[in-house]
Design a protein around this ligand. Structure first.
Ligand SMILES: Cc1ncc(C[n+]2csc(CCOP(=O)(O)OP(=O)(O)O)c2C)c(N)n1
Length: 577
């Protein structure tokens, strides 16, 4: 039997170590999916919403480092992929999207479901190829795969059904994937950096996801330089655990002494981070050196005195051979002391948690942290889940923490946890989701988890609101609007859908409820945790305009007859304000 373009596609993807394709079939995709069925090496994960499939794929691809395929059929199926592909681009996940396309005879006729893939995917995709002739196939597929893997992001292969089922002349499906090169700055640049370090009395480090493979080197550098280490949300999982110099995060989720450390040091080393909140980074009073393998990151969030292009591991390893150790640790001790006293503040609502109803999210997250295994994978929805996870989930060498940290889409956590569970069966895969997020995308595909008996733990922060936006609006000085909604009993809904449902309303039930959820291995579980909608978190550094905004909003709420809400906000956060 002669091979078709669809056969070549799946064979090349399988050779590139693609194990799964998430998506929904239909019209233009049918001959493509028929090829997947014939091939048999790649598992098809039939989801109920294409976007859910992409978020699952993003987690799988980010965590394993292997490429993952997703698919959607022409027009609306393809548009459902888009938000997830943006997430893949921002989070650096190698995804290859197989997009159904109209028949070649209909291209550019405004046919039913026709969409120009070049225009449509432009913002998300690192490479988009449209197969209009079988002779392009090997080349386009090769480029899409290599770009996704080596540039760590999404690519798109748009395939009209007639091309997918056409015979292909060049059937060679082998694909050679080069290892990424070792990238480090020149010796002259490294010497300049070493001199700046030697000349500085106090040094702070702030690291991001670029430290993923360089944890041990960065920790050693910090130890030798007596440097406190702060991190972005994406850097937390690599740099916080087992690091005696760890001082927490800065930004609106900030905790610990990170803000002070990076503002009070003589020299700040920014390592593998594109931390986007410039107002939380120091200005000219601190000398700054930024090292990143992506040259575009250098100096774009804050002006730097020296910018070096290189992998953090290779660069720091080279640096360790040239810098002189520091002996005075007074600066470090001060930042660690600040970190410890902030930690005590954070513990207030954890320790008092068993007595406070509605349940404090801090207590819920801290209890989860305590009960989860040492190699658990945690996923946080964009929303307040990010705050509680950042502050109360501690890392370890094998724990993972992931979310839509750079794209910041809602509804990522449940699909992320699903994809992670497929990639690492048997490991705890825990999604901390918003009630807004879960009803946006998580609910429909709970059925997918049920059907596959996938043991994903989704814990819903049931606060009856888009709480993160509720807080945002108050920080902006306005009256919360458009943020409240009604919820069903999610545990009952889950049970009706065939999952295990656990509802927790009482703080006394938090520990047992979470323990029961984590022990459930036969399929998905939904924990409906009714939490305090008035719980606030204060960052370790509160910008003036944020404090002013909050005060303004409180005053406006009083004038507008919302005194009850104001009293509850004050009462329930008295230890923070
Ligand atoms: C797709 C999408 N829509 C809207 C937003 C803006 N947004 C950010 S957080 C948030 C609220 C999330 O609410 P919920 O999921 O209920 O979580 P909570 O903050 O209440 O814990 C919204 C609307 C977004 N980031 N992504």
């Amino acid at each position: 039997m002669s091979a078709k373009v669809a056969d070549l596609l799946w064979e090349m993807l399988a050779n590139a170590r693609v194990k799964r394709c998430y998506g929904i079939v239909g019209d233009a995709l049918n001959p493509v999916i028929d090829g997947l069925r014939r091939n048999g090496k790649i598992e098809f994960i039939h989801v109920r919403h294409e976007e859910y499939g992409v978020f699952a794929a993003v987690a799988e691809a980010y965590l394993t480092g292997n490429p993952v395929a997703v698919c959607g059929t022409a027009g609306p199926g393809v548009t459902h992929l888009f938000n997830g592909l943006m997430d893949a681009r921002k989070e650096g996940a190698p995804i290859i999207a197989i997009a159904g396309d109209v028949e070649t005879s209909l291209i550019d006729t405004e046919a039913l479901e026709e969409l120009n893939p070049y225009k449509f995917f432009e913002a998300a995709s690192l490479y988009t190829g449209r197969l209009v002739n079988p002779d392009q196939a090997r080349s386009v597929i090769n480029t899409a795969i290599l770009t996704a893997i080596l540039e760590k992001g999404p690519t798109v292969i748009s395939i009209p059904a007639d091309v997918a089922s056409a015979d292909v002349a060049d059937r060679s499906a082998e694909i050679t994937i080069p290892n990424p090169p070792l990238l480090r700055p020149s010796d002259a640049d490294l010497n300049q950096l070493a001199k700046m370090i030697d000349d500085a009395k106090t040094i702070a480090i702030f690291g991001g996801d670029g430290c993923r493979d360089a944890r041990d080197e960065v920790v050693e550098l910090a130890s030798r330089l007596k440097a406190p280490v702060g991190y972005s949300y994406r850097g937390k999982q690599w740099l916080e655990h087992d690091n005696p110099n760890a001082v927490g995060m800065t930004g609106l989720l900030g905790y610990g002494g990170a803000y002070g450390a990076i503002h009070e040091a003589d020299l700040l080393l920014l390592l593998g981070t594109d931390f986007p909140f410039s107002e939380f980074l120091p200005g000219h009073s601190v000398k700054k050196v930024q090292i990143d393998k992506d040259p575009k990151h250098i100096g774009r969030r804050t002006q730097v005195d020296l910018g070096l292009v290189g992998d953090i591991k290779a660069t720091v390893t080279a640096l360790l051979g040239t810098v002189r150790d520091k002996t005075n640790d007074r600066f470090l001790r001060k930042q660690l002391a600040d970190t410890n006293s902030f930690h005590d503040l954070l513990q207030h609502y954890v320790e008092k948690g068993p007595e406070i109803k509605p349940i404090r999210p801090e207590f819920l997250a801290a209890t989860l942290n305590h009960l989860a295994s040492d190699d658990a994978m945690f996923f946080a929805d964009t929303g307040t889940a990010c705050i509680w996870t950042a502050r109360h989930i501690t890392g370890s060498r094998n724990r993972r923490l992931f979310g839509s940290f750079t794209w910041a889409s809602m509804a990522n956590a449940a699909p992320n946890a699903f994809g992670a569970q497929l990639a690492y069966p048997g490991r705890q895969s825990i999604a901390l989701t918003g009630d807004g997020g879960f009803t946006m995308l998580g609910l429909g595909d709970l059925l997918t988890q049920v059907e596959r008996k996938t043991p994903v733990v989704q814990i819903i922060l049931n606060n009856g609101s888009l709480d993160f936006v509720n807080i945002e609006q108050q920080e902006a000085g306005i009256i919360p609007f458009g943020v409240k909604f009604q919820n069903p009993d999610f545990a009952k809904v889950a049970e009706a859908m065939g999952a295990k449902g656990i509802r927790i309303e009482d703080p006394g039930d938090v520990r047992d409820g979470l323990a029961e959820a984590l022990a459930h291995k036969d399929g998905p579980v939904v924990v409906d945790a009714v939490v305090d909608p008035f719980a606030l978190s204060l960052p370790s550094h509160v910008p003036f305009h944020t404090a002013k905004g909050f005060t303004m909003s409180m005053a406006k709420q009083v004038w507008n007859g919302k005194m009850d809400d104001v009293i509850k906000t004050i009462e329930r956060n008295v230890r923070l304000v």
